[in-house]
Design a protein around this ligand. Sequence first.
Ligand SMILES: [Zn+2]
Ligand SMILES: [Zn+2]
Length: 345
Amino acid sequence: MKALVLEDIAKLIYKDVPDPVMKPGEVLLKIKACGICSSDIPRIFTTGTYHFPTIPGHEFSGEIVDCAPDVDRSLIGKRAAVFPLLPCRECESCKEEEYARCSNYNYFGSRCDGAFSEYISVPVWNLVLCSDKIPYMTAAMCEPASVAKHCADAGKIKSGDTVTVIGTGTIGLIAALWAKAKGASKVISVGVIDEYLDFAESLGIDCIVNSSKDNAFEDHLKLTDGSGADVVLECVGRQDAINNAILYAKKGGRVVFTGNPYGDITFKKDVYWKILRNELTVTGTWNSSYKSTVNNWKETIAALESGSLDTSKLITQKFRLEDFEEALATVRDPKTFSVKVMFEM
Ligand SMILES: [Zn+2]
Ligand SMILES: [Zn+2]
């Protein structure tokens, strides 16, 4: 089969590789769509992955085309998204079904071969089946949408809350959509580029604030009747954004950190004082929940099927696998407007 193979840092090659071999309990998935995650960019160009060669790609969906002899053959022909984390199932976290906290996990597209390829072999446990109503590219959005759901859930958003979401990337925008779906009376998108903020508004987000402008803090205060947001979801991971997340919360408010840090993070003294004096609840989230009781993936698929969540407009560009150079350049070019760039196979 054809695949994009990362052979070294900044050395991604489109080439023939052996077809995947199914182990017991696995199905063969013909990959139909795979998103490029912002985390794939450093993985490919600067930090590399855990070992070379690796096929990147962890936001994918496809059609089940074969299965191991011990697997129910009626799965063949069905479409599915895939939870890309392969937990050890032995550590304390796994016993609690907190798989994102697993201390010894494997991961499609970073620790083992992922989905920038034609086929992948996947354990049945990782399959999130979806109906034919959901296009493959929408199903591939299940990964960022589940991460955003986990973030929004941690905000414990109540109906009538004012929710501020910092970040206009895929996770930030979907977190804002989840906040609306959860009944927030006002959702405010905060970003630094007007084009992305305008896009957030076009998705139905109530208000926008450009935090690079001088009066951003006052603008945000006005939008929250002078008191700040009940809940702030931070989906950027940069110094300014993280400090703003604390400043934008109201007294007794809740702040959720989800953005992966770009470097060391420090709080300004007056910002840190706010956590104490305003008695903020500050929490972090990682990945998504895949428990038998709370499964963000099944919740996301159900919301996409019912239409209560619509991520279709977020797919701004699509490319064939062999046009990967153009696809990656699109993600990296700050002058090109892109939210989710997707490979369509
Ligand atoms: Zn991702
Ligand atoms: Zn584990």
